[in-house]
Design a protein around this ligand. Structure first.
Ligand code: MTE
Length: 425
């Protein structure tokens, strides 16, 4: 065996010498100061344990989990927001994700009565009311019907609700994380309704959950026959218990509250039910004291996820700005980004699939020289709707609302890279 280190190691060390580092200085945190010799990078020069010892065998984790180094990438709640964890919400860590699919285990959860743990063999879906033939379906019955696969965003109407009166929470996980975007597998609601046969005067449906809250909402029949799904899978696997296992409603583009989880009954009627969730909650109090009701559609919205308060800028030079955008009215046509608080806008690069009522991912590759940045993004959807500024939104809606805040978010990046949630007056 030769005593000499292999020539490729020598070559790599040479590359990391002063000349090599000068070029890459902005990228490598161990870069040498001018005149000093660069320290060798042990990540390259030392053989690491994982390179020397056998790893775990194939059966160690029959259901895979993320690397232990990703332990901070988790759903988080805001402790002061709700009185009990059973009627509460946690938030998707948007700042730590990329692409457009939310991993199932990171999809935010919103429950009114905790997570129902349902045995699928004991689960039934009933369709009754103004139908020709009341029906009861088992899970096996539903799985034997024609299936569809669709990617949709689910946004809680209360997403960004804490920001109505001003910048409050420091992180896009908390300001915008009541959203997820997954692929659903299921059957169309139309397939089920056709079997029951809607009577001509059936104009509304009431969807009811099997959880302790028995949460229910009224849904217009026109939407039910258009694109609503009854899903049993997300991202290729069974729905997670927190997201409605074994069956949930998928109401594309409409507020998350309508997406009844643990779905057990659909009743057809000729008017809305005036349920708690559509009278005392999920209504928007306007400045004149009146409340908007049945505000189903989630308007176009976007947020820059990186940089953001939980993901500050770390390096001068080349950087990637990234974010997500969505619209409940169809596809996202364009996303614009400004770095100087709205004086100049440039079109972001949308990369990945652009689908009806699904998130898109956008990027701006840029150079940062350490100057202060005022970052904003605005989404424009296929109808031509432009995401409004917070000031424009408040002019029309006042500040009493909790729901439907789709105003433009501002992040202030300080010269040290620290990023905060601010508003431009
Ligand atoms: N369905 C039932 N049965 N019970 C609930 O508490 N919460 C609703 C909706 N469906 C809820 C429900 C609300 S307010 C939202 S925003 C979404 O589910 C959240 O879905 P997720 O937990 O999968 O994110």
């Amino acid at each position: 065996m030769s005593q000499k280190p292999p020539s490729d190691i020598l070559d790599r060390r040479r590359f990391l010498g002063a000349a090599g580092l000068a070029g890459a200085g902005a990228l490598l945190p161990i870069a040498a100061k001018a005149g000093e010799a660069a320290k060798p990078d042990p990540a390259i020069t030392e053989l690491q344990d994982w390179n020397r010892f056998l790893g775990d065998g194939v059966d160690k984790k029959p259901y895979g989990v993320p690397s232990k180094f990703e332990k901070d990438v988790i759903r988080r709640d805001v402790s002061w927001l709700t009185a009990s964890p059973e009627s509460s919400v946690n938030f998707t860590p948007l700042h730590a994700l990329d692409g457009i699919i939310t991993p199932s285990g990171l999809c935010f959860e919103r429950h009114h009565g905790g997570v129902a743990e349902i045995d699928p063999a004991q689960h039934r879906l009933m369709i009754n009311g103004l139908v020709d033939t009341p029906m009861v379906f088992t899970m096996d019955d539903i799985r034997r019907m024609p299936r569809v696969n669709k990617v949709y965003f689910l946004e809680c109407a209360a997403n960004s609700g804490m920001e109505w009166r001003g910048a409050q929470l420091n992180g896009c996980q908390f300001t915008h994380g009541m959203i997820h975007n997954v692929m659903y597998t299921g059957v169309t609601l139309k397939t089920l309704l056709d079997q029951a046969g809607l009577k001509p005067n059936a104009k509304w449906l009431m969807l009811e959950g099997a959880d302790s809250a028995g949460m229910n909402r009224s849904l217009p029949v026109s939407k039910a026959l258009d694109d609503v799904l009854i899903a049993f899978a997300m991202n290729g696997e069974a729905l997670r218990p927190e997201n409605g296992y074994p069956l949930r409603a998928v109401i594309p583009g409409w507020q998350g509250n309508l997406w009844v989880k643990w779905l057990r009954r659909i009743e057809a009627g000729d008017m809305p039910w005036q349920a708690r969730e559509e009278t005392s909650k999920y209504t928007d109090l306007m400045p004149d004291g009146r409340a908007r009701k049945y505000t189903f559609v989630m308007d176009a919205k976007s947020v820059i996820t990186n940089p953001s308060p939980q993901a500050p800028l770390k390096f001068k030079g080349r950087n990637v700005l990234s974010g997500v955008a969505w619209s409940g009215r169809g596809t996202v046509k364009r996303v614009d980004v400004t770095m100087d608080g709205g004086r100049n806008w440039r079109e972001a690069r949308i990369d990945g699939p652009v689908m009806d009522k699904s998130m898109v991912r956008f990027y701006v590759d840029f150079d940062w020289n350490g100057e202060e940045l005022m970052l904003q993004s605005r989404a424009i959807d296929e109808t031509g709707y432009v995401q409004p500024s917070k000031a424009e939104l408040r002019k029309v809606r006042g500040v009493n609302s909790i729901y439907h805040n789709n105003g433009i978010q501002t992040w202030l990046v300080h010269p040290d890279g620290v990023t905060e949630n601010v508003e431009i007056a």
